[in-house]
Design a binder for this molecule. Structure first.
Ligand SMILES: Nc1ncnc2c1ncn2[C@@H]1O[C@H](COP(=O)(O)OP(=O)(O)OP(=O)(O)O)[C@@H](O)[C@H]1O
Ligand SMILES: [Mg+2]
Length: 254
């Protein structure tokens, strides 16, 4: 079967996942256009991480279908499908006992980069991350913010078309958060597509072109912040008020 919306970079159709019979993701549909910054916004337990895990290939036992540029997409099974995506996990996934350059070498190697191409990709990521001067120091000597930046760089080393970020700012100080936002805006400007989960309204409002609001495993509304406000009958309200109206509860309650 082929995708219905051929223009979409990622199309997720009727995706469902259950943990021992309990539905965590309940037949959701969404598509992300090339170059778009798409957010999944929802409270704890909404199903955001489970969705990301299905798209990244970490979970394979899902129901439904996924398409990448119109073609059937099975990242859990195909390395070539995984090459299209970069994953930036919430918990740091870098080696403390290696340098930044060695970390980037390791992650680049996993995606089949080598030689001059790998060195160029490493230099570029070190520069974006602001780590060029510290590239030869062990990661265990880095500040928390530097580790965060390297974590992002490792997810981007193979220049994926789609980057998945699962709540990347939880427990991150404001300075590192701003650096992350700037880096994401930069890679978006260079054509990278972004899928971003958060439970912070301000982040979704500030960063995302379109937002899917997740609640109880379902996507209950989808659109730009402005569209969501208009469609929920609150054209002059912020996302927080829209969310409250749609779900009858505040995100902070969860
Ligand atoms: N490994 C697991 N085993 C059993 N149930 C799970 C597992 N992981 C998640 N769940 C359940 O699935 C539902 C969705 O969880 P998920 O982690 O996808 O939500 P989330 O939106 O990412 O939440 P959070 O904001 O807390 O990260 C929740 O009810 C959760 O308890
Ligand atoms: Mg989560």
């Amino acid at each position: 079967m082929t995708s219905m919306s051929d223009k979409a970079l990622l199309e997720v159709r009727s995706l469902a996942y259950d943990y021992n019979g309990k539905l965590a993701v309940d037949h959701i549909n969404f598509s992300i256009q090339p170059g778009e910054f798409f957010g999944l916004l929802g409270p704890n337990g909404a199903g955001k991480s489970t969705t990301i895990a299905c798209v990244s290939g970490l979970l394979s036992r899902f129901r439904g279908e996924m398409f990448f540029s119109g073609k059937s997409f099975s990242p859990a099974k195909n390395l070539s499908d995984r090459q299209h995506i970069g994953i930036v996990p919430q918990d740091l996934a870098i080696y403390e006992h290696l340098t930044a350059r060695e970390n980037l070498q390791t992650f680049g190697g996993l995606f089949g980069l080598s030689g001059k191409k790998l060195q160029q990709a490493i230099d570029r990521q070190l520069e974006i991350a602001g780590l060029t001067d510290r590239a030869k120091d062990l990661v265990k000597t880095y500040s928390g913010g530097m580790k965060r930046r390297l974590n992002l760089a490792c997810g981007l080393i193979h220049q994926p078309q789609l980057v998945l970020l699962d709540e990347p700012t939880v427990g991150v100080d404001p300075q590192s958060r701003n650096h992350l936002f700037e880096s994401l805006k930069q890679i978006q400007a260079e054509g990278t597509t972004i899928l971003y989960t958060t439970h912070y309204m301000e982040e979704a409002e500030r960063l995302c072109d379109r937002i899917g609001i997740m609640h109880g495993g379902k996507i209950i509304a989808i659109g730009s912040a402005k569209q969501l406000a208009i469609e929920s009958g609150l054209p002059n309200s912020n996302l927080e008020e829209v969310f409250l109206k749609l779900t009858g509860r505040s995100l902070q309650d969860s």
